[in-house]
Design a protein around this ligand. Structure first.
Ligand code: ATP
Ligand code: MG
Length: 394
């Protein structure tokens, strides 16, 4: 498990404080004067060195093409998080079956999503990348958690209400009601500290927190100890990690709706794997307005704000730079500039994606390795829960 590494800056400041180097500490004590020996006495280890890094988990469903919203709102941020935290990024295939889906497509979409993670810069030497269904503990813990989740809590979920209304109430699968418990299992199995969530997922994260507190109270602490366990909490209660502002990418055809895989029109989104001519066409046809100049902060111009924000994020420019560059442009000039920037940004990702997909052995080994690391942690949590809930173990 990775631990906090001492940065060069900390090393330099230690040298300035007269702290002993590794070589000095290796000298025999008899070779040192008393004052030097006192100076070289190893300092107490900073707490940060002893603590494991915080854990972060997140995933994307293999339900369609990964789009610019998923990239800017989720995957691009994960690339930075993998350097700061112990990270688990998985393809949430078990969630992809809550609504009717195309079975022959599921495994292809799962591989493709994994390859997109890698192509976008998720590094398997830093993060565990795996397929949710490859770690059996997710489903097992979900069942155990279900017994402690009141049905009233699930009936309140906005996504359930909206999606079941759209799909025709009585006909939706039970999984649409219970998948938030699977999401709780996805998070709690890894004793996660932080969960990056978009606005659409905050209610589910709150539910996860409530379930974890309830199960900790029902089965943790002294009750668990009496059954031979270590006592204390079975689960860490996770916190939401709010993505940077401006990370809600809106539809190309309606600046007030979020860009979505499930939106019926493909013209509403830029998919990460869209070829050049498709990007050119989608930006050419995207919704604009007839006001002069371009601006970020006019609430009457949601499309203008959305397209400028996308341009800012993918070019890595400051907002002020984008304002001075684009404020006097007309839509034709800006659309050409945005199209070029999108193609420049996405092309290297697409090239890496093709390389990864052309080497299935490599992708398989990344997913196997990731599932192995994930299973170790997940199984430890699951075993604790079985024990605390009183099951006879083999
Ligand atoms: P669906 O329409 O099937 O729900 P989706 O486009 O919402 O698909 P998900 O797989 O549900 O994609 O979400 C994966 C991640 O991408 C989540 O962290 C979610 O918050 C984020 N995300 C999805 N759409 C956007 C968006 N338009 N802008 C920013 N982040 C987004
Ligand atoms: Mg979604």
């Amino acid at each position: 498990m990775p631990f906090f590494l001492i940065s060069p800056a900390v090393r330099a400041s230690r040298a300035g404080r007269g702290v002993a180097s590794e070589e000095e500490r290796c000298l025999p004590a008899s070779a040192l004067s008393a004052s030097t020996a006192a100076r070289l006495k190893p300092p107490p280890r900073p707490m940060r060195r002893l603590l494991p890094r915080k854990r972060v988990v997140s995933g994307v469903q293999p339900t369609g093409m990964v789009h610019l919203g998923n990239y800017i709102g989720a995957i691009k941020n994960w690339v930075a998080l993998q350097d700061l935290y112990e990270t688990f990024f998985f393809i949430v295939d078990l969630h992809a079956i809550t609504l009717p889906y195309d079975a022959p497509e599921l495994s292809k979409a799962t591989r493709s999503t994994a390859a997109i993670y890698l192509a976008c810069g998720i590094d398997s030497s830093k993060a565990s990348i795996f397929v949710q269904s490859h770690v059996r503990a997710h489903i097992e813990l979900m069942w155990l958690l279900s017994s402690s989740t009141p049905i009233g809590w699930l009936n309140k979920m906005i996504q359930f209400k909206e999606k079941s209304r759209k799909a025709g109430n009585e006909n939706v699968g039970v999984a649409l009601l219970t998948y938030p418990v699977l999401m709780a299992s996805d998070i709690l199995l890894y004793q996660s500290d932080l969960v990056p969530v978009g606005e659409d997922q905050t209610q589910h994260l709150e539910l996860t927190r409530e379930i974890s507190e309830r199960v900790n109270n029902l089965y943790g602490g002294r009750k668990w100890k009496k059954l031979g366990g270590r006592g204390g909490s079975l689960f860490k209660v996770p916190e939401a990690l709010i993505p940077p502002a401006g990370a809600r990418v809106m539809s190309l055809t309606d600046g007030l709706s979020k860009m979505s895989k499930s939106a019926p029109s493909d013209l509403s989104r830029i998919n990460l794997l869209d070829p050049k001519d498709v990007i050119v066409n989608k930006i050419k046809r995207c919704k604009t307005d007839s006001l002069p100049g371009l601006e970020f902060d006019n609430p009457e111009r949601p499309e203008c704000k959305n397209l400028l924000s996308v341009y800012q994020i993918i070019t890595g420019k400051m907002k002020e730079e984008v304002v001075s560059e684009c404020q006097d442009m007309n839509w034709g000039t800006f659309k050409a500039t945005l199209t070029d920037a999108l193609i420049d940004h996405l092309q290297p990702i697409q090239v890496r994606y093709e390389e990864i997909m052309s080497d299935p052995g490599y992708l398989d080994s990344v997913l196997l390795d990731g599932a192995g690391k994930a299973s170790e942690i997940a199984d430890a949590t699951l075993n604790n829960v079985y024990q605390a809930m009183g099951f006879l173990r083999r």
